[in-house]
Design a protein around this ligand. Structure first.
Ligand code: NDP
Length: 327
C-alpha cells in the first residue's frame, strides 16, 4: 500500500481530492514502477485538483503531471532497480495516474534517466515548468537570439523563474516582467538585470510596431502581453510562446511578422520525443546553477496540494512548489 492524493467525482459531477492508501495492484498498466520522491505544482495541476477536474480524463484519478524518483522494478531493459528517473508530459496526471503519489507505473518510453549533476529534488525544482523553459531557450537559440535584453514574461512564476536563471547563466541580459513588484529582489538574485512592471507591457497601444527593444522573449502569459511584445521585438528576433496565464486570445496584427520578420515559436513540452527530452535535461544539468534552483523552491507535502493548486491558478506561487510525496 502507498499514499496518494486521489481525486474523485461524485454522481453530481462534483470533484473532491483526499489522501488515500492505495493498493499497488490498482496502478495503471506500464513497464516500470517508480518509487516517487518528488513532484511539483504546475498550472495544469491546479486545474486538475480544482473544482470540475480541469483536464482529468478518468476518475478516480491521481494528478501530478511530473515526478522524479527511483526505479523499483522494470520490465524494460533500459531501466533497472535503483536508476534515478524523471518524467514530464505524456498526459500523465491527466489521463494516466501521476506524481502526487508514492508510486507510479508508467511506460518506459515516457521516462528520462536523470543526468549526472542533478538529484531528484532539484529535478522537480525544475519540473515541467522548468523543462519547458529550457525547451523555450533552446528554440530561441535555434533561431538566433539577437543583441539586446531577452524579455521573460510571468517572470516570478515557474516557467519565468527558470527561464530567467538559464538565460542569465548563458550570459544574456534578462528583462523580467512581473505584476508583483515585491519579487524584484528574487528576480535579480536569479540574474534579471531589468525589472519591467506588468502594467507597462499590458498598456494598450494602437501602434502595431514600437521601438525595437528585445533580442528574444520567453512568454508564459499570452494575450495582450504577447500581442504588445511582438511589436517591440528586434528585427528577426523570436518569441517562444509557452503559456496562457493571462488568457488564450491573441489580439495582435500580422505587422511584426511582415515588417520585422519576427518569429513566433510555439513550445509544447508534452509530446517531446525522447532525444529532445534527454538533450533538454542534459542542458538543464549543465546550464542551471543549483543554488539558483534552491532559491526557487517552495517546499510542500501531499496535504498542501489543494491549497497550492488554488494558488497557482491565481498566479500567486513564487518559483516552484516542490512536493515531497514521502514528507
Ligand atoms: P505560474 O502560475 O507559476 O506562473 C505564471 C506567471 O504569470 C505568474 O506567476 C504571474 O507572474 C504571471 N501571470 C499570472 N496571471 C497573469 C495575468 N492575468 N496577466 C499577466 N501575467 C500573469 O505558472 P507556470 O509558470 O507554471 O506556467 C505558466 C504558463 O505556461 C501556464 O499557462 C502553463 O499552463 C503554461 N505551461 C505550458 C507548458 C507547455 O508545454 N507549453 C508547460 C508548462 C507550463 P508575475 O507575478 O511575475 O507577473
Amino acid at each position: 500500500m502507498f499514499n496518494a492524493l486521489m481525486v474523485e467525482k461524485d454522481a453530481d459531477g462534483k470533484t473532491s481530492a483526499a489522501i488515500q492508501q492505495i493498493d499497488i495492484a490498482r496502478l495503471p498498466a506500464g513497464d516500470v514502477i517508480v518509487d516517487i520522491e518528488y513532484s511539483t505544482v504546475n498550472y495544469k495541476d491546479g486545474l486538475c485538483i480544482g473544482p470540475g477536474g480541469g483536464l482529468v480524463r478518468n476518475y478516480p484519478h491521481i494528478p501530478g503531471i511530473d515526478f522524479a524518483g527511483t526505479v523499483a522494478s522494470s520490465d524494460d531493459p533500459r531501466y533497472s532497480p535503483g536508476d534515478k528517473v524523471v518524467l514530464t508530459g505524456w498526459r500523465v496526471g491527466e489521463a494516466h495516474w501521476g506524481g502526487y503519489s508514492q508510486k507510479a507505473r508508467v511506460k518506459a518510453d515516457w521516462l528520462v534517466p536523470l543526468p549526472k549533476g542533478i538529484d531528484t529534488r532539484h529535478a522537480m525544482a525544475v519540473g515541467t515548468a522548468g523543462f519547458t523553459a529550457m525547451l523555450a531557450v533552446m528554440a530561441l537559440e535555434d533561431h538566433g537570439i539577437k543583441d539586446g535584453p531577452v524579455l521573460v514574461t510571468g517572470a516570478a512564476g515557474g516557467v519565468g523563474s527558470v527561464a530567467t536563471a538559464i538565460l542569465a547563466q548563458l550570459g544574456h541580459e534578462v528583462a523580467a516582467v512581473t505584476g508583483r513588484p515585491e519579487t524584484a529582489d528574487y528576480l535579480t538574485s536569479l540574474g534579471a538585470t531589468q525589472i519591467v512592471a506588468r502594467e507597462e507591457i499590458n498598456e494598450t497601444t494602437k501602434r502595431p510596431l514600437e521601438a525595437e527593444t528585445w533580442g528574444g522573449c520567453v512568454d508564459a502569459v499570452g494575450s495582450a502581453m504577447l500581442a504588445r511584445v511582438l511589436g517591440q521585438m528586434k528585427y528577426g528576433a523570436s518569441v517562444a510562446a509557452v503559456g496562457l496565464a493571462g488568457g488564450a486570445d491573441l489580439p495582435a496584427t500580422v505587422i511584426p511578422f511582415l515588417l520585422r520578420g519576427v518569429n513566433l515559436l510555439g513550445i509544447d513540452s508534452v509530446m517531446q520525443p525522447y532525444e529532445n527530452r534527454l538533450r533538454a535535461w542534459e542542458r538543464i544539468a549543465k546550464d542551471l546553477p543549483m543554488e539558483k534552483l534552491e532559491a526557487m523552491i517552495v517546499p510542500a507535502v501531499l496535504s498542501d496540494l489543494p491549497a497550492l493548486g488554488r494558488d497557482i491558478l491565481k498566479g500567486q506561487i513564487k518559483g516552484r512548489a516542490v512536493v515531497d510525496v514521502n514528507g
